[in-house]
Design a protein. Structure first.
Lengths: 469, 117
């Protein structure tokens, strides 16, 4: 084995490093006069760093921010980096949308203060943003009136800093909505942190949310920032807030009121500027009545409340989502699946979807995986969906009555009913698929093999394997 | 002939579209005639500034950054535009009269030793 060579220190010229960065970078003094520019910014402005030394940066950058840039001064005073969006007029007399990020730096010898300005071209980002504004938010799909109401409400939720409580059954898209609200808000360029309150025990959750200092408990070998600190300037999404333990509910209430908290074991308060979005599938009011959720916290969280409708309530959205997921999985799995058969569509249209969009997504993913041809048939759907189709319609759902199915469908349903409840293993599913195919083709092995997308030999081998010969 | 320079304090305003003041100098036989006039605009805006330039019948405009559309408009109106100029407006006008001002020139104040580029 070759010996590992010791890596020798390499100290290249700072300017050379900055010249390699594909963003405009300028170093300015506390009076916002230029000290140096990197090559990218020189090309953008048309001036050289040498000739502009000592000139106020607003003259050189020709930015929309002007000279009295409050943000830059604030960065110098507080010592904390901050950013602001604006535009500059480039050498080609075109306005370039730019995000300015100002980071204060202090000279190691002498202690002189300066500000590093990074100019990031955000033309492409704004273009994407404009496209997204025209359609529904990323990840959320729906034409139903109930979803349109949500889409109309989204800009309202985004333009305020108030707490949002998202309720809805599991799989309705609470996480996606929270993320969409964050991205559409002015905090969109800052972090979006999601914490599942039901996933961790109380002691770990406190450390996860609020952080800890070294030695706070056994195993705390180093200081650790909590999720609230990591989300600084952005949004924290606490999902399954109904599962938050009572002692932590008190601490969360304090954070919401004071915007500051003590990390575990620390005597120093930490200030945070974070927007809170919470989500739950539980009835918080009922939890309050049962004494499992603090009433004051409930009122604090329940400022803006959005209820996401279940898939059963979203008229016409099932078909839209089927097409979307079909295309998505066909591309990602490299399959040639193009559509669902009319019978499979009817079956999916009548399914009650207790797991909502997440369940529909999983059904389509299963179908695309199993299907070997271009069309997903009823047989390619998960057995539990087929089993559900064989059951009488439930009062709460608009499941299709068996009388409305054609004779072919009846035979499939009958075959499906015979699938045992414990038919979760692949061999059991495959056995049933073979039987169904044989029944549909009147016992023709050639026809069954074709319907299954197999060769006759494969079908013969599998029939022997399952003792069906 | 009239020279119009966009103004921010005593310097050329960095942006044509954000300028709220202009300095207008009347040039007679290669010299500034009388005291240059400062005109305060009701607010920033390229269109309003272009209208003022036409109304004042300026034949040369000295400014900082200007958008291509407004630059082309003024050129089409047969007005010479020297843009991306940095430095004191009065000195920039002097240099323009001496045919020494170019687009992108950095005019150093007289107290500084650096020569204009």
């Amino acid at each position: 084995m070759p010996e590992i060579e010791e890596i020798k220190p390499f100290r290249p010229d700072l300017v050379e490093i900055l010249n390699g960065v594909p963003h405009g970078i300028a170093l300015v003094d506390p009076n916002l006069r230029l000290i140096m520019m990197n090559r990218f910014l020189e090309a953008l402005t048309g001036y050289s760093g040498e000739e502009t030394r000592g000139i106020y940066c607003d003259h050189v950058l020709r930015s929309s921010l002007g000279r009295n840039v409050q943000v830059f001064r604030q960065a110098l005073e507080t010592g904390v980096a901050c950013s602001v969006e604006g535009d500059i007029l480039g050498l080609n007399r075109k306005k370039i949308p730019v995000r300015f990020t100002a980071t204060p730096v202090v000279e190691s010898t002498g202690g002189r203060q300066a500000l590093v300005l990074v100019l990031e071209d955000i033309t492409a980002l704004q273009e994407i943003g404009r496209k997204q504004e025209k359609g529904p938010p990323k990840g959320l799909l729906g034409h139903s009136p109930k979803m349109q109401e949500i889409f109309e409400l989204l800009p309202v939720l985004a333009h305020t800093d108030s707490s949002v409580l998202i309720t809805g059954e599991t799989g309705t898209g609470k996480d996606l909505l929270a993320e969409a609200v964050h991205h559409a808000s002015k905090r969109g360029k800052y972090p979006f942190i999601k914490v599942n309150c039901g996933a961790l025990p109380e002691s770990l959750l406190e450390s996860e949310l609020f952080g800890h200092v070294r030695g706070a408990f056994t195993g705390a070998h180093a200081d650790k920032h909590g999720m609230f600190q990591l989300a600084q300037g952005g949004t924290i999404f606490l999902t399954e807030i109904g599962d938050l333990p009572l002692p932590l509910q008190v601490k969360l209430l304090t954070v919401l009121d004071d915007r500051e908290f003590f990390p575990l074991g620390s005597q120093k308060k930490v200030k945070v500027d974070v927007r809170l979005i919470t989500g739950t599938h539980r009835d918080l009011k009922q939890l309050v009545q049962e004494g499992r959720f603090r009433e004051d916290l409930f009122f604090r969280l329940n400022v803006l409340r959005v209820h996401l409708p279940s898939l059963r309530e979203r008229d016409g959205d099932v078909r839209l989502l089927i097409d979307h997921f079909l295309q998505l999985f066909a591309v990602s799995f490299g399959k040639n699946v193009k559509r669902l058969s009319a019978r499979a569509l009817r079956l999916l249209g009548s399914y009650p979807y207790p797991g909502n969009v997440r369940e529909l997504r999983n059904i389509i993913e299963y179908g695309v995986n199993i299907c070997r041809g271009e069309v997903i048939e009823v047989e390619h759907l998960p057995p539990y969906v087929l089993a559900e189709a064989g059951k009488p319609p439930r009062a709460a759902t608009d499941a299709v009555s068996p009388d409305r199915l054609d004779p072919g469908e009846k035979s499939v349903s009958k075959a499906v009913e015979e699938i045992p409840d414990n038919a979760s293993s692949w061999s059991a599913i495959e056995k049933k698929k073979i039987l169904t195919a044989l029944m549909q083709t009147g016992g023709s092995r050639t026809g069954a093999a074709k319907a299954l997308g197999w060769g006759r030999t494969t079908l013969w081998r599998k029939m022997r394997e399952y003792d069906l010969g | 002939m009239k020279i119009l320079a966009t103004l921010q304090n005593n310097d050329i305003a960095p942006r044509f579209d954000l300028a709220t003041e202009v300095l207008i100098a009347k040039v007679v036989r290669g010299k500034v005639s009388g005291e240059p006039r400062t005109v305060l605009l009701p607010g920033p805006g390229s269109d309003a500034l272009c209208s003022l330039i036409i109304k004042e019948e300026a034949s040369l405009v000295i400014c900082g950054g200007i958008e291509e559309s407004h630059f082309q408009y003024l050129v089409w109106k047969k007005i010479e535009v020297i843009d991306r100029v940095i430095g004191p407006a009065a000195q920039a006008i002097d240099l323009a009269m001496a045919k020494q001002l170019r687009p992108g020139s950095i005019v150093r104040p007289e107290t500084e030793r650096s020569a204009p580029l």
